[in-house]
Design a protein around this ligand. Structure first.
Ligand SMILES: NC(=O)c1ccc[n+]([C@@H]2O[C@H](COP(=O)([O-])OP(=O)(O)OC[C@H]3O[C@@H](n4cnc5c(N)ncnc54)[C@H](O)[C@@H]3O)[C@@H](O)[C@H]2O)c1
Ligand SMILES: [Zn+2]
Ligand SMILES: [Zn+2]
Length: 366
């Protein structure tokens, strides 16, 4: 059993509290990870506000990196001292969806995620002997976490922990949307709506996939500037986006649109600005019961729309590849870290994310 300082969410719409929790014991197939960095993603904020459901009390944090300090029975592919990025998509490997290479729809994954426990239904965390839940099988806002071994992906030792953490959600989702879901082609005109960590990563995925023109769309001028710095060839306010896409494509519209803002108007914009036969990838989300209306004509003409979780991630392959891309200068991550903070400052970090002041704040563990 390991004691750990953790940020605990006890009720929605209330700050997380810093508490000491018990982590363990490590079961067969688990690994104990000493957390070194955990960044603040919009999805944690949605859990704090009750827009996505998870049993409470829970430890949030699902964009994290650390080092393996203990391995459970049967874990053969990880060793103590390995540097790992956490993946939030453990999957059984043998259900209907896993068999069809769609691990994000794994029955076990979907069934146990909202409960906040591992696939065996048993807690790994407790506070005063009361079981605690882990957001997305992880719980990165704690000094230690026990995760399924397949959720800990080894990356090179040269990869700095804070930048490694970003790979685990926002970067994977954005890059994957361009490379794995949209299957962008060399020469395409891409338009990315929303330039937070997910959208900025989508822009970089478009660069890696060979898009010729990449339009970054965000109402925030600072975000547009950042988008240009990391690879967008054009940037504009949402009001100008559809016209700009047409002006670059002989009036057709963008070949690929990646939506990463999560608003009704940005879903609508994606349908208006894509060309006939083009592809739309929605990454953002509104509350699950919220309705989003579309002009019917904007949906016609063979447009293909996919709403993707995790950008088609295959973490075991993709995380090391993304880490290498960073280390070799092909993926920019330094620019996405707005602040490095202490665990005690996590609530203020989320307030800053909500105000749009930070792309990513990263909790650094000593
Ligand atoms: N699909 C997934 O697996 C996945 C993973 C992580 C996050 N997300 C979702 O992706 C979205 C983005 O996440 P993030 O962490 O980058 O969030 P963020 O809040 O950091 O970024 C959102 C960006 O959208 C911009 N924006 C606001 N209104 C806009 C508009 N009308 N048009 C264009 N841009 C607008 C904001 O200025 C901001 O730069 C969220 O909805 C989040 O829930 C999805
Ligand atoms: Zn499965
Ligand atoms: Zn996330």
């Amino acid at each position: 059993m390991q004691q750990a300082k953790a940020a605990v969410l006890r009720q929605v719409n209330a700050p997380m509290t810093i508490e000491t929790i018990d982590v363990g014991p490590v079961a067969a197939g688990d690994v104990l990870v000493r957390m070194r960095a955990a960044s603040l993603c919009h999805t944690d904020l949605e859990a704090m506000e009750g827009a996505i459901a998870i049993n409470l009390p829970a430890v949030l944090g699902h964009e994290a990196a650390g080092e393996v300090v203990e391995t459970g029975a049967g874990v053969t592919d990880l060793a103590v001292g390995d540097r790992v990025v956490l993946s939030w998509n453990p999957h059984c490997g043998s259900c209907f969806y896993c068999e069809r290479a769609q691990p994000i729809l794994c029955r076990q994954f979907l069934a146990h995620g909202p409960k906040g426990f591992h696939f065996d239904g048993k807690p790994r965390l407790a506070c005063d002997a009361v079981p605690m839940h882990q957001l997305m099988y992880l719980g990165g806002f704690a000094e230690y976490a026990i995760v399924p071994s397949q959720a800990a992906i080894r990356v090179p030792d040269a990869m700095p922990f804070d930048r490694a953490a970003l790979i685990g959600c926002g970067v994977m989702t954005g890059v994957g949307a361009a490379t794995r879901i949209a299957s962008l082609r060399w020469g395409d005109v891409a338009l990315v709506i929303g330039c937070g960590a997910v959208g900025l990563s989508a822009i970089q995925g478009c660069v890696l996939a060979g898009a010729e023109r990449i339009i970054a769309v965000d109402p925030n001028p600072a975000r547009r500037q950042l988008a240009r710095a990391i690879g967008a060839t054009h940037a504009c306010d949402p009001a100008e986006a559809a016209d700009l896409a047409k002006s670059l494509t002989d009036n057709r519209g963008a070949d690929v649109i990646i939506e990463a803002a999560g608003r009704p108007e940005t879903f609508r914009l994606s349908a208006e600005a894509v060309r006939p036969g083009g592809q739309i990838v929605w990454l953002g989300k509104v509350a699950v019961n919220e309705e989003v209306a579309f002009r019917w004509g904007s949906l016609m003409q063979e447009k293909r729309i996919v709403r993707s979780s995790y950008g088609g991630a295959r973490p075991a392959q993709d995380f090391p590849m993304l880490a290498r891309a960073y280390l070799e200068g092909r993926l920019k991550l330094d620019e996405m870290i707005s602040a490095r903070i202490r665990l005690e400052d996590v609530n203020e970090g989320f307030a800053a994310l909500k105000r749009g002041e930070t792309v990513r704040s990263v909790v650094m563990f000593p």
